[in-house]
Design a protein. Structure first.
Length: 368
C-alpha cells in the first residue's frame, strides 16, 4: 500500500508539468540569446534522429544551439508548444543542431569554443525523469541565468523520463558511468584546462560514481583537471557518498552541495530506500564532518517540489549574482567565508554548512 501511495504522489507531483520538446527555429537566433550546448550522450538515437530513453553503449556527440527568450522570468523555462506556433520572445527554441559523425569532429568544434573561453569548461549532468530536450533546455537556462563561464557541455544519460521510472533511471545512472568518464576524456582532449562538474539529483550519484571509477583507474591527469564539483539536490545515500569520497583519496576542490530539507522528491527517495534522508536533504553536516565539502542549505528559497532550487529560484539566482566572489568564498579559508555569503556558517571539522537566507536588497530587486 505504501508503494502505491508513493507512486500516486510521484505522478501527481509531475502530472501538471509540461514536457519539453526540441523545436527547430533558426530565426529565433535573431530574437533570443543563443547558448551553444555541446553534448555527449548514451541515449540511443531513434530512427527520426532524436535521442530517446533507450540505452546505447556508444557515446554519441552533438551540439544544440538554444535561443533563450527575452520575455520570461529568471529561472523559468517556457517550453515550446507541441501544437501551435512557438513564440521566440517567450519560448526556448533550437536554432541549430549538429550530430557529429565521430569524436574527432566534436573535439574540433569544442576546441574552438574552449579557446574562446580560456580553456574553461562546465559539464552539466541532468537528473531523474528528464527527456533529452528537457536536459538540453535546462542547461541553456542554467548557463544563461547563472552566467556560467567557459564552454558548456551536457551529459545526457538515458533517463526514462517517466515519474514511475525511478528504478529504470537508477540502473541507467549506473550504466552511464563509463559514458561520463569518456566525455571527461574528450573534453580534456579538446584542450580544456579546467573542468567544473555540475550535477543534479540522480545525476549527482552518477557523477560521484564516475569520479570514483576514474580514481580507481589511477587517472590522475583527468582528476587534476576537475576544478570544482557542484551537486544540486543530490539523490545519494550518505554512507555511499562517504565511502566513494574515501576511495577517491580526497574530493576535488571546491566541492559544494546545494540542498534543502524541503525537497519533496528527496523525501520520497529516502522513503523508497528506507533512509531518513539523502545527501541533498542532509540536516546534520556532522555526518560528513571528515570530508572537505561545503553544504549550502537553500531551504529558505525552496518552492513547489524544491528539487532544483539553485536553478529555478529567481531570488536565489539574484543572490548568487550579487556575490562578487562566490568562487572565492568556496575556495578560501573557511573563516573568510563569514560575511561573504548572507547566511549562518557552521563548520564541523572539514565540512562547512552555510544556511542561506533571502536578503532585503535582493528581494527588492526581484520585486521590480
Amino acid at each position: 500500500m505504501t508503494r502505491i501511495l508513493i507512486s500516486l504522489f510521484l505522478v501527481l507531483l509531475t502530472a501538471c508539468t509540461p514536457r519539453g520538446t526540441v523545436t527547430l527555429d533558426p530565426a529565433a537566433a535573431r530574437v533570443g540569446q543563443v547558448e551553444k550546448i555541446f553534448i555527449g550522450t548514451t541515449r540511443q538515437q531513434e530512427q527520426d534522429g532524436s535521442f530517446g530513453s533507450h540505452r546505447s553503449e556508444q557515446v554519441r556527440f552533438a551540439r544544440y544551439d538554444i535561443s533563450v527568450p527575452p520575455e520570461r522570468k529568471l529561472g523559468e523555462i517556457n517550453w515550446p508548444p507541441r501544437h501551435g506556433t512557438a513564440n521566440p520572445k517567450r519560448h526556448f527554441l533550437t536554432t541549430d543542431q549538429i550530430v557529429y559523425q565521430n569524436d574527432t569532429l566534436f573535439r574540433q568544434d569544442l576546441r574552438a569554443q574552449l579557446s574562446a573561453n580560456g580553456g574553461e569548461a562546465v559539464i552539466f549532468v541532468h537528473g531523474y525523469n528528464n527527456n533529452f530536450s528537457e536536459g538540453v533546455y535546462r542547461v541553456a537556462q542554467f548557463a544563461h541565468d547563472l552566467k556560467l563561464p567557459g564552454a558548456v557541455v551536457h551529459y545526457a544519460w538515458p533517463s526514462a523520463a517517466e515519474p514511475l521510472g525511478y528504478a529504470y533511471d537508477r540502473d541507467s545512472a549506473l550504466f552511464a558511468r563509463d559514458g561520463l568518464e569518456s566525455l571527461l576524456h574528450e573534453v580534456a582532449a579538446a584542450g580544456a584546462k579546467r573542468i567544473l562538474l555540475v550535477a543534479h539529483s540522480m545525476g549527482a550519484g552518477l557523477t560521484v560514481e564516475a569520479l570514483r571509477q576514474t580514481a580507481i583507474r589511477g587517472d590522475r591527469h583527468t582528476l587534476d583537471m576537475i576544478g570544482g564539483v557542484i551537486l544540486i539536490s543530490p539523490d545519494i545515500d550518505v554512507d555511499v557518498f562517504r565511502r566513494s569520497a574515501h576511495e577517491m583519496g580526497g574530493l576535488p576542490q571546491p566541492f559544494v552541495i546545494f540542498g534543502s530539507d524541503r525537497d519533496k522528491f528527496l523525501r520520497l527517495s529516502a522513503l523508497l530506500t528506507g533512509q531518513e534522508e539523502r545527501l541533498g536533504s542532509l540536516s546534520d553536516v556532522s555526518k560528513v564532518a571528515d570530508l572537505n565539502v561545503t553544504f549550502m542549505d537553500v531551504s529558505e528559497f525552496s518552492e513547489g517540489a524544491g528539487h532544483f532550487t539553485m536553478g529555478d529560484s529567481a531570488a536565489l539566482i539574484l543572490l548568487l549574482d550579487r556575490i562578487a566572489d562566490v568562487e572565492g568564498a568556496f575556495e578560501n579559508d573557511r573563516r573568510s567565508r563569514v560575511g561573504l555569503l548572507p547566511g549562518v556558517v557552521l563548520t564541523v571539522q572539514n565540512a562547512t554548512q552555510i544556511v542561506l537566507h533571502p536578503v532585503a536588497g535582493v528581494a527588492s530587486d526581484f520585486a521590480r
